[in-house]
Design a binder for this molecule. Structure first.
Ligand code: HEC
Length: 170
């Protein structure tokens, strides 16, 4: 290596070293600045927090013995909520609930117009029919869900629906 070459090499290495040092310093500076501004800002930004909150609600589960009131489903203001009207009499319950299965015999349900299917059931006595309709019943034909799946109905309403259905099948 000539003298000139080695001189150039030395200066070149020095410049390279200085550049690398500057890069490291800039990186460190960026970290320090970012720590005090960006992340702190994100953690207190109400929009960001609301976003996180709304993402969390999808995975929430009610826990027994804790305050679960935050899980209550609150319809948005002004939203039209299609409430499932609670029927008020036997025929109403039949139309809205029981008929789903009993009108056409879905899932093994005895058709409400099928006298032959109902005769042996009616022969069990009304009390048994009431009990099976209210508490649910696992028979040979299929599964009769408690209150036809509408557990919000009163026992009396379900009894009225049984009366209505039995009257149709007699
Ligand atoms: C998801 C379908 C379904 C709905 C909804 C439903 N049932 Fe049933 N129900 C059945 C099936 C299936 C059976 C027959 C069970 C068997 O005997 O295997 C049955 C049987 C019955 C019986 C005869 C029970 C017995 O002891 O033989 C009565 C009474 C009855 N349902 C009343 C009702 C009433 C009242 C409603 C509405 C509140 C209703 N069901 C809604 C499926 C349904």
């Amino acid at each position: 290596m000539s003298k000139q070459d080695s001189q150039f090499f030395n200066i070149f290495s020095l410049v390279l070293g200085i550049l690398i040092l500057i890069a490291i310093l800039l990186f460190a500076l960026a970290r320090v600045v970012g720590k005090n501004t960006q992340s702190a800002h994100v953690l207190t930004d109400p929009k960001y927090l609301a976003e996180v909150e709304s993402n969390l609600t999808t995975g929430r589960v009610a826990v027994a013995g804790r305050d679960n009131s935050a899980l209550a489903i609150v319809p948005a203001a002004g939203a039209v909520v299609a409430e499932l009207a609670i029927p008020t009499d036997g025929p109403g319950v039949y139309e809205q609930v029981c008929g789903a299965c009993h009108l056409n015999g879905i899932g093994g349900a005895p058709k409400s117009s099928d006298r032959a299917a109902w005769a042996p059931r009616i022969a069990q006595g009304k009390d048994t029919l009431y009990k099976h309709a209210i508490e649910g019943y696992n028979g040979k034909q299929g599964v009769m869900p408690a209150k036809g799946g509408r557990v919000d109905l009163s026992d009396d309403l379900v009894k009225a629906a049984v009366d209505y259905m039995v009257a149709k099948a007699q």
